[in-house]
Design a binder for this molecule. Structure first.
Ligand code: BMA
Length: 310
């Protein structure tokens, strides 16, 4: 029997909130989509896998954060110099409001590996490519929503490619201009024989709280028949965000429901969006089993307590 001292995260009762049935195009799956709230409207950037295996992003909007209207056309991001080598696939968009604009980091996957790509938009209609901001293999990149001590900051997860047995820890880098990145710091390591023992990576943009930057992250556990993706929480120092102040011993959300257990990739909960509401509720948007989009709720104070293991 699972003993839960306290339920930290509550799933939306009518999950999933977006499936392929809600899309205006024939698709295989919709999952791991970035989400923010802007001027009272929820803005989601969907990761859609097409029936031919290609992937694209598409915007979706909502007034209540639950029922989303999906745009009739895909997001158009200007091509890079060599899409074949560098960007055959793009996935896991994470949105960060910053400097009055919106920045999207995503994994750009091509023949030469996977890198973090950064694009900027003012309106989610026109996107400007800033560029690839990491070498291969690196993904799970997300920007902080403000400069810290005068510099832009991002989290990421440099790792070896699939099939090379790479373990993945979370790192952080600084930049003066969002183009040049350096001063790399190790932030959080995998914990052997724990739920986040195989690899871990940042979820959506960190939320600023008086106790530190609240970061939802995914941890991966390796079992004999596959990987299990779950969500944990940590607090990073406000001025020195490479410093972990607190980190949950256990996960706060893991595959449990059939839509999280069964799908293209079973046993995956992958949080890529969070919205802090005025009443202190946090909406967590997550992909389940690499197949559908789901929603869960938590109190900000409970997430902070969970990070401190209180
Ligand atoms: C990770 C990412 C995610 C995906 C997860 C489970 O490596 O690629 O997009 O949800 O694997 O397949």
């Amino acid at each position: 029997m699972i003993f839960d001292r306290k339920q930290i995260v509550r799933r939306y009762g009518k999950n999933p909130i977006i499936t392929t049935a809600d899309l205006p195009c024939r698709s295989n799956s919709v999952f791991n989509s970035g989400c923010i709230k802007r001027d009272g409207r929820y803005v989601m950037m969907l990761r859609i896998e097409d029936v031919d295996g290609a992937q694209h992003f598409r915007m979706a909007y909502s007034c209540d954060g639950i029922a989303f209207d999906v745009c009739g056309h895909p997001v158009i991001i200007p091509d890079s110099e060599d899409m074949e080598r560098f960007e055959l696939l793009r996935y896991d968009p994470r949105i960060t409001p910053l400097d009055g604009a919106f920045y999207v980091t995503y994994a750009a996957h091509g023949a030469k590996g996977v890198r973090i790509c950064l694009v900027q938009t003012d309106d989610f209609e026109k996107f400007r490519r800033i560029g690839y901001i990491s070498e291969p293999d690196n993904r799970n990149g997300v920007l902080f929503p403000e400069k810290i001590q005068g510099r832009y900051v991002r989290l990421d997860r440099p790792t070896m490619a699939h099939g090379q047995g790479g373990k993945g820890d979370m790192w952080l880098s600084y930049s003066p201009d969002l183009i040049h990145w350096g001063d790399h710091k190790l932030v959080a390591e995998t914990r052997p024989e724990r739920w986040d023992g195989h690899k871990l990576g940042a979820g959506p943009a960190p939320i600023k709280t008086p106790e530190g930057w609240l970061l939802l992250y995914h941890g991966v556990y390796e079992r004999c028949n596959g990987l299990i993706y779950r969500c944990g929480v940590m607090l990073l120092d406000l001025e020195k965000p490479e410093k972990v102040l607190a980190r949950s011993h256990g996960y706060i959300l893991g595959p449990q429901e059939p839509y999280e257990r069964i799908g293209d990739v079973p046993n995956v909960v992958f949080v890529t969006g969070n919205v802090l509401e005025d009443d202190g509720t946090v909406k967590l948007y997550y992909g389940a089993a690499d197949t559908v989009m789901c929603l869960a709720f938590a109190r900000l104070t409970d997430l902070i307590d969970a990070a401190w293991n209180r």
